[in-house]
Design a protein around this ligand. Structure first.
Ligand code: PA5
Length: 352
């Protein structure tokens, strides 16, 4: 489909058969609902000096990465992600392990749940059900019940808030209810501006048109590093195209050289996710790097977070990336929802 096609509600509905866009537009309410769900789970605060491990994969694990980004240097203990079959060797009974799997049937997460139990760590589960909920019920492990009907990656508000809240309960971070509330209100205004009923030259539609037909490289730093990864994974899964992410300043010690050969391989574009509170040298590097790749990139964007608090700013760019990924899918004429290759792989593993 041409990049000049209108990104109106009707044009999107013609491609987006399962309503992925509606889930993205629902982010503000989902953030509020997520706080209520964690609250209703009645989790007991328990200080675990060994910190927090968020154990999960893909669209369920991203909440842990984003929560860590929001906490930044307000995190008072290590917060790490376990996206494999094993927990870090230093996991002890003094560690909280949040096992997060939307479906409750992801084999890596089930293995991590068992590993955490074997090590005597404090376990908390976030899921809609599946084997993980069954195991938690049998073991008396508390469950944050997630609402059904989403793709795992579309439940990002829930995985993010669950990780933030559990970080607060185990002493790894502050509890940020007020910040999340304000971020939800801000996201509501951005939904109106960037959603399908917003102008055709809105930032989200403009970026989608500019990235269409290219392989985007999304770069973040500090607060925006996990957001860059979220953009990559959303573009991969929703638009079904290659997309890569990296972070500054590290990418300027390797990836930057690769741009030299980019034009002879295909059309590559770059997105730099900026934030007013980044280290001044990172901000300077964004400008320098963008200038250095300008002649090799089909398009490049420098986008700044919007809002005051870290939660507001991070969530603003998560929303933007999610919308861009849906618009890209529509421009390609592909339904954003199905992830048939991921399902196929899970089926192949389950079959032995
Ligand atoms: O986006 C997706 O569908 C995947 O990345 C899943 O989140 C991932 O495969 C893990 O599944 P679940 O979230 O159900 O544990």
């Amino acid at each position: 489909m041409s990049a000049t096609v209108d990104l109106t509600s009707d044009a999107i509905a013609a491609v987006d058969a399962s309503g992925a866009l509606a889930d993205v537009l629902g982010l503000p309410d989902q953030l509020r609902d997520a706080m209520w769900r964690v609250e209703s789970a009645g989790l007991e605060p328990r200080d675990t000096p060994g910190g927090l491990i968020v154990a999960g994969m893909g669209g369920s694990a991203i909440g842990g990465a984003l929560a860590r980004g929001i906490l930044g240097d307000r995190a008072s203990r290590p917060i790490v992600l376990a996206r494999w079959y094993d927990l870090p060797s230093w996991t002890t009974p003094d560690t909280t392990v949040l096992c997060t799997s939307y479906s409750g049937n992801t084999e890596e997460t089930l293995a991590l749940y068992e590993a955490a139990g074997a090590l005597g760590a404090r376990r908390i589960v976030a899921t809609i059900g599946g084997k993980l909920a069954d195991a938690a019920r049998a073991d008396g492990v508390p469950v944050v019940p997630l609402p059904g009907g989403f793709q795992p990656r579309a439940a990002v508000a829930y995985s993010l808030v669950a990780a933030l809240e559990v970080a607060g309960l185990c002493g790894a971070g502050e509890r940020l209810h007020a910040e999340i509330d304000v971020a939800a209100a801000r996201a509501e205004r951005l939904v109106a501006e960037w959603g399908p009923d917003g102008p055709e030259d809105s930032l989200a539609k403009e970026i989608a048109r500019g990235l269409h037909g290219t392989v985007p490289q999304v770069a973040g730093a500090g607060l925006t590093a996990p957001v860059a990864y979220r953009w990559k994974t959303q573009i991969n899964e929703n638009a079904k195209t290659p997309c890569f992410s990296h972070e500054l300043p590290e990418l300027d010690h390797n990836e930057i050289e690769g741009w030299e050969g980019a034009p002879e391989l295909g059309r590559f574009s770059a997105v730099f996710l900026d934030d007013s509170d980044l280290h001044p040298r990172s901000r300077q590097l964004i400008e320098l790097t963008r200038g250095l790749i300008a002649s090799q990139a089909s398009a490049s964007y420098r986008i700044e977070t919007i809002g005051d608090s870290r939660a507001e700013r991070l969530i603003s760019l998560v929303l933007l990336g999610d919308l861009v990924s849906i618009y890209l899918a529509v421009l390609r004429g592909v339904d954003p929802t199905p992830v048939t290759i991921i399902e196929h792989l899970k089926g192949a593993l389950a079959g032995g």
